[in-house]
Design a protein around this ligand. Structure first.
Ligand code: AKG
Ligand code: FE2
Length: 291
């Protein structure tokens, strides 16, 4: 499928990388602005770019039709999920391109920071988790990942009326969780907010695991007010959105008895900020006691 020229020209005229939202690592490393090529190439060289399978116009129409439900579910429940947001061939292409980026050495061991009882931050490795921050320099290897990112970053914020989400900046992370029980410990993506220069408000994850089977683990567990939990299997094409500054979550062990690349759990996360800083860590939020 061709990349419609209107979307392509917008992508080409607008560098995919804007300023990093976070000034220092919170959950993942900050977005590293490598070069924004080839998305910043002039239109005349567009014909030499690989065409993604993903049709941005189709994705936009899906996001537009879901937008009212997304906004209302975010406001009432703090999260929203839909499956699948993209057709299976596109998910397969995105997974294949993630594997290709890994083969190019673009992934690094992932780590988090935990705040200890003394208030000091300590870094700890996330065993079996590797991450990459895709940017415009990855377009030739991963056109579908970049077309997806570009569409979501550009189109989603204005669709989510009343949510205060800005499309002026973003962070992105493509992560793979190895089989054998890798986990993400319980955390909030943006625990500190403005004090740490972190304005992330919305976490948007799409899962790239088209062949995931029952029992492969790796569910995203969201913690709700009142102690309830919600387990979301990372099925290919599932989209999950939740408040970055509010909703505690963890990833359950991935394919505990499994071995081999087919059990690798791929997830592409985009974080979007708010410019309305009073929306971060609202004191009367239902999650205020859980963070
Ligand atoms: O991959 C997932 O389901 C969630 C990952 C996550 O919590 C994070 O990257 O902060
Ligand atoms: Fe997270």
């Amino acid at each position: 499928m061709l990349f419609p020229s209107s979307v392509l020209s917008r992508a080409l005229s607008r560098p995919i990388i804007s300023r990093p939202i976070i000034s220092r690592p919170i959950i993942s490393r900050p977005l590293i602005s490598r070069c924004a090529l080839p998305l910043s190439r002039p239109l005349s060289s567009a014909s030499s770019l690989p065409a993604p399978l993903l049709d941005p116009a189709l994705l936009l129409s899906r996001l537009s039709s879901l937008a009212p439900a997304i906004s209302s579910s975010l406001r009432s429940d703090g999260y929203y999920t839909a499956e699948p947001i993209l057709p299976p061939p596109v998910i397969r292409a995105m997974r294949a391109q993630s594997i290709a980026l890994r083969a190019e050495g673009r992934f690094e061991a992932s780590y988090s920071e935990a705040i200890g009882p003394d208030g000091a931050k300590r870094r700890f490795d996330k065993e079996g988790v590797f991450a990459c921050e895709p940017d415009g320099g990855d377009y030739e290897t991963a056109p579908d990942l970049l077309a997806y990112m570009s569409t979501v970053i550009t189109e989603l914020p204005p669709l989510l009326e009343g949510c205060g989400i800005s499309g002026a900046a973003f962070n992105a992370k493509l992560a793979v969780t190895s089989p054998g029980g890798s986990v993400y410990p319980l955390h909030v993506d943006n625990p500190e907010g403005v004090a740490a220069g972190d304005t992330r408000k919305l976490t948007a994850i799409v899962y790239l695991n088209p062949d995931r089977g029952d029992g492969d683990g790796g569910e995203l567990r969201l913690h709700m007010p009142g102690g309830a939990t919600l387990d979301l299997p990372p099925e290919g094409g599932r989209l999950v959105l939740f408040w970055s500054d509010d909703v505690p979550h963890e990833v359950l062990p991935t394919a505990v008895g499994g071995e081999g690349e087919e059990f690798d759990r791929y997830a592409l996360t985009i974080w979007l900020p708010t410019d309305e800083l009073e929306r971060l860590h609202e004191p009367d939020s239902k999650w205020a006691g859980l963070r």
